[in-house]
Design a protein around this ligand. Structure first.
Ligand code: FAD
Ligand code: NAD
Length: 356
């Protein structure tokens, strides 16, 4: 019997059906929602087990069966048959099959991904490229993160990371890498940290578990935004990358994107060349680097996040322009930034901070 939330009418709960041809099985899910898109569908086909999760607003619908060898509210999983045999049933239900529950009750699902490459981004930060299993469909929405999990001497360790595209903008895109088969992370290694030394030691070809996405950012926050301000400290850069590409390629209303990037030294600035190149290529984009521990000869801005720096930087291009300010970095950086912005008169709706 289908598990249904108390406040949901039976008719509004997603349902599924399946049919077959000689060569394929199609599982159709009627979500009863108009605005489905592929980021709301996460599918894993592993060891004859199909796990399909659909996100329907705050709820999660799960198909979970074993056996197996963007439309209006209808999602189809098409499975290729290994043998031309007529199937009598779709499969044996596994745990939580055909259930529709609050997303927060679903629990994170992990799949093992293989490390394909590690490339230095700076002296202490690397770009990790992981291969998703062939039976996985997983797109991480803008502003969302996943969890990486590894068992270290018998203890399971889990930490959040924000996937990035492998390059900042599409003009730099390397077509063989930015597909749906890989997932990229920019990760700073802390030698005395708990988890990142384990990632540093992970060898090419070894596996690490990657969870389904989570996050508090909604694309609707970008609707009609004219001025987008991004404030990042160190690896707080990572959620800005997809957001930047999304804003510059998908928004019709956007007039300006201004990015203030706080780092200790020049050597710590991630993807500086790409950011400067983007500013040259797109007149709407401007980047400023601020260093808290500059070496001799630095001619740019200095210091930590402050009211003075922000009051000069975060300015509406028109007196009534719709603004979104996104902030991410070390917790004290983010907390102080939010306070300064509120003191400058920005409302909580105009400020977004990325959190786990
Ligand atoms: P930790 O063990 O947490 O230590 C980190 C540093 O703090 C080390 O220098 C350590 O020596 C020091 N430290 C630890 N405990 C103490 C203490 N008690 N007193 C003083 N110092 C201490 N990071 C990225 O690099 N890339 C990302 O894309 C990314 N995305 C994130 C997304 C979200 C939503 C969040 C919340 C965090 C994200 N992070 C990201 C940070 C990441 O989750 C980890 O916190 C980070 O990798 C450090 O993990 P660690 O276990 O190696 O270090
Ligand atoms: P870092 O120590 O190299 O510092 C970078 C800059 O942040 C500094 O130059 C300074 O300007 C500012 N800063 C640091 N500490 C500050 C403080 N106490 N007060 C005011 N400003 C301060 O940064 P890092 O090691 O790259 O750390 C990045 C942080 O971002 C981590 O804490 C990580 O957890 C967080 N992060 C969060 C997310 C998310 O989505 N929530 C994503 C990525 C990273």
């Amino acid at each position: 019997k289908k598990k249904v939330p108390d406040n949901y009418s039976k008719e509004a709960v997603p349902s599924y059906d399946w049919f077959q041809t000689d060569g394929s099985i199609t599982v159709v899910i009627y979500t009863k929602q108009k605005d489905m898109n592929s980021e709301l569908v996460i599918a894993d086909l592993q060891e004859r087990k199909l796990r399909g999760e659909l996100i329907v607003k705050d709820y999660s619908y799960l198909l979970h069966l074993v056996q197996v060898s963007e439309k209006v509210g209808k999602v189809e999983f098409v499975l290729k048959k290994k043998e031309i045999l007529s199937w009598k049933k779709l499969g044996q239900p596994l745990e939580s099959h055909n259930s529709f529950v609050k997303r927060t009750e679903r629990g994170l699902y992990y799949r093992k991904c293989r490390l394909l490459s590690k490339t230095n981004v700076s002296h202490d930060t690397q770009l990790f490229c992981l291969a998703l299993p062939l039976g996985t469909h997983l797109l991480v929405p803008v502003g969302h993160h996943v969890y990486l999990r590894q068992t270290i001497t018998g203890t399971e360790i889990v930490k959040p990371y924000t996937p990035v595209p492998s390059f900042l903008v599409s003009t730099f895109k390397n077509p063989c890498h930015d597909d749906q088969l890989h997932i990229f992370f920019i990760i700073k290694i802390y030698p005395s940290g708990l988890f990142t030394p384990v990632l540093d030691a992970l060898q090419i070809g070894e596996y690490i578990s990657v969870s389904n996405p989570e996050g508090n950012f909604m694309k609707s926050q970008m609707e009609d935004v004219e001025d987008l301000f991004l404030l990042a400290g160190g690896t707080g850069f990572t959620p800005m990358v997809k957001l930047l590409s999304y804003a510059l390629t998908s928004s019709n209303s956007l007039r300006a994107v201004k990015f203030m990037f706080f780092n200790k030294t020049e050597d710590d600035i991630l993807w500086r060349n790409q950011l400067e190149q983007l500013a040259l290529n797109d007149a709407r984009f401007e980047v400023q680097f601020v260093l808290s521990e500059p070496k001799k000869g630095w001619k740019g801005k200095e210091g930590k996040i402050s009211s003075t720096l922000l009051s000069q930087f975060v300015k509406r291009s028109k007196c009534d322009s719709k603004v979104l300010i996104c902030i991410c970095g070390p917790p004290p950086f983010t907390e102080q930034g939010i306070q300064f912005l509120q003191d400058l008169g920005y409302s909580s709706k105009e400020i977004h901070c990325f959190t786990a």
